[in-house]
Design a protein around this ligand. Structure first.
Ligand code: FNR
Length: 382
């Protein structure tokens, strides 16, 4: 087998092991996928300042996210249907994150439920909330996250309407799902995955099924979900959610300086500069291109986190140099999960950790908390 040295190696393995409809679900953006590609490509224009003959011993990547200690400035982003990349995927990813000393964020649209993760890991994790029209359900979800000891709520604001991903429709992954001869064939070609799926009871959206009246089977679930994302969502809802939650609140999906200032006014603890991994507004700027102006707009009034296009430790360091306090990875860990389950997620995290540490050292820094624009060349550098 090919040596696994970078995230691309895990991606190739995931592609060979995960049924195409689920691999494509991860490896896609909305419409033309222009923003999805820009997220990755725009990192390439940013260049580090190489420094030599400075003391590079005793390095540390440790820092904090919303007041919680982390072994490196990176968390696992919330991703829907993670339990379809690999059986029990969310549980495995949460375990890998726990071992690595970084936060795991469970999506509302996960396969394993809040209670499944709490029971399997016995460790605090973060919960990501989508605002649905059914506010009673949302209130109950928040209460369930509290009961499970979740230590932060990540509120996603950039999915009031759904960006269209052509691949999902072609693969029959739309809601309601279409099981065509082609999609059944895709699964049959991945026997190891099929066996794993037969061996777990977790094959549907377990945060939802059994918690909403009238939603029991797959078809009622699909139509309920498709109709539930709330186009009326406003900043008033954020205030209501903040009060009901009462703990650390992170607002996800900010890509504009004005919205960032509005987020500050809510009193949230952090924002995530994000375009949902290029899955929503196609034609929007890459996340990394928007980061500096958002950092400038909010100053140190709120913690700024970042996601979108991170495939290496070099990418993490570039985001930190441009002012992010911390980062999240989505696809990079999903590829690890699809490739090798829990061990693959661990591998993805450790690949990035090593790249980050080496790159920081070669920039002449010993502490991750000290990096900044001074580590970059113009026009990005200070
Ligand atoms: C996502 N993302 C996402 N975000 C969210 O708030 N709730 C969700 O359920 C999902 N679901 C989801 C599924 C998949 C397959 C992907 C790839 C992404 C967005 C995610 O949290 C994050 O913003 C991006 O993944 C970051 O970009 P990269 O790291 O994947 O390039």
């Amino acid at each position: 087998m090919k040596q696994i040295l970078e995230i691309k190696d895990l991606q190739a393995l995931a592609k060979a092991r995960v049924p195409r409809m689920f691999y494509d679900y991860a490896d896609s953006g909305s419409f033309t996928e222009g923003t999805y590609r820009a997220n990755v490509d725009d990192f390439k224009q940013i260049k580090f300042r190489q420094r030599v003959a400075v003391d590079m011993t005793n390095r540390s990547l440790a820092t904090e996210m919303v007041g919680q200690p982390v072994s490196m400035p990176m968390a696992l982003a919330p991703t829907g249907l993670t339990g379809m990349q690999h059986p029990d995927g969310e549980i495995l990813a949460a375990r890998a994150a726990k071992k690595a000393g970084i936060p795991f964020t469970l999506s509302t649209m996960s396969i394993c439920s809040i209670e499944d993760i709490a029971e399997a890991t016995n460790h605090p994790f973060w919960f990501q909330l989508y605002v649905m029209k059914d506010r009673e359900f949302i209130g109950n979800l928040i209460d369930r996250a509290k009961a499970a000891n979740c230590s932060a709520l990540v509120l996603t604001l950039d999915l009031q309407v759904l960006g269209q991903r052509h691949k999902d429709i072609r693969n029959g992954l739309s809601a309601p799902p279409k099981f065509t001869a082609g999609s059944i064939m895709q699964m049959a070609m991945r026997p190891r995955w099929c066996l794993g799926m037969l061996g777990t009871k977790r094959r549907t959206f377990r945060n939802i099924v059994g918690h909403v009246k009238g939603v029991g089977d797959l078809s009622s679930l699909s139509s309920w979900t498709a109709d539930q994302f709330d186009p009326k969502l406003s900043w008033n809802d954020v205030a209501w959610i903040k009060e009901r939650w009462g703990g650390k609140l992170i607002i996800k999906g900010i890509l504009d300086a004005e919205d960032a200032r509005s987020a500050v006014s809510t009193g949230a603890d952090a924002i995530i500069v994000s375009n949902h991994g290029g899955r929503q507004l196609d034609g929007a700027s890459s996340s990394i291109a928007m980061l500096p102006q958002i950092v400038d707009a909010v100053g140190n009034r709120i913690e700024v986190h970042f996601d979108g296009g991170i495939r290496s430790g070099q990418d993490v360091l570039k985001a930190l140099c441009l002012g992010a306090k911390s980062t999240y990875i989505g696809r990079a860990f999903l590829y690890g999960l699809g490739a090798m389950g829990e061990e693959g997620v661990t591998r993805a995290i450790e690949i990035i950790r090593k790249e980050l540490d080496t790159t920081m050292a070669l920039c002449g820094e010993r502490l991750i908390t000290h990096v900044g624009r001074h580590n970059l060349l113009p026009p990005f550098g200070a």
